[in-house]
Design a protein around this ligand. Structure first.
Ligand SMILES: [Zn+2]
Length: 113
């Protein structure tokens, strides 16, 4: 289960999700971040060999059975091109995974339309 990410949610140590986002679906009052949502540049993890900054880039996620405006929404299980994961997302609007999640996800997707 993973909460739906919204514009302004955080990826890794400080990247901010920007766009694309849903023009007409909000979660907790903020637009839902959609597949390819670009995160802003942020500090890296600090492991030796890691460059000082991760550049901006797209975020990927494919929650089972759910699309919004024709695109999968980003959830807390999403990852950026840099390898960092989505750190913040909705705590009360959640897409579950797997077969049962697919059924639940479709119900949630229908509820969001
Ligand atoms: Zn990163």
């Amino acid at each position: 289960m993973a909460g739906i990410a919204r514009v302004g949610d955080i990826l890794g140590p400080g990247g901010v999700l920007t766009a694309p986002f849903s023009p007409d679906v909000t979660v907790n009052g903020r637009p839902v971040a959609l597949l390819g949502c670009v995160y802003t540049a942020h500090p890296c993890c600090g492991i030796k060999g890691c460059p000082p900054t991760h550049c901006f880039g797209p975020t990927f996620d494919v929650p089972v059975g759910v699309t919004i405006n024709g695109l999968p929404p980003i959830t807390k299980s999403g990852k950026g091109l840099c390898g960092d994961g989505v750190k913040t997302a909705s705590s009360d609007v959640i897409i579950s995974g797997g077969l049962i999640g697919a059924i639940g996800g479709q119900a949630l997707g229908a509820a969001l339309k």
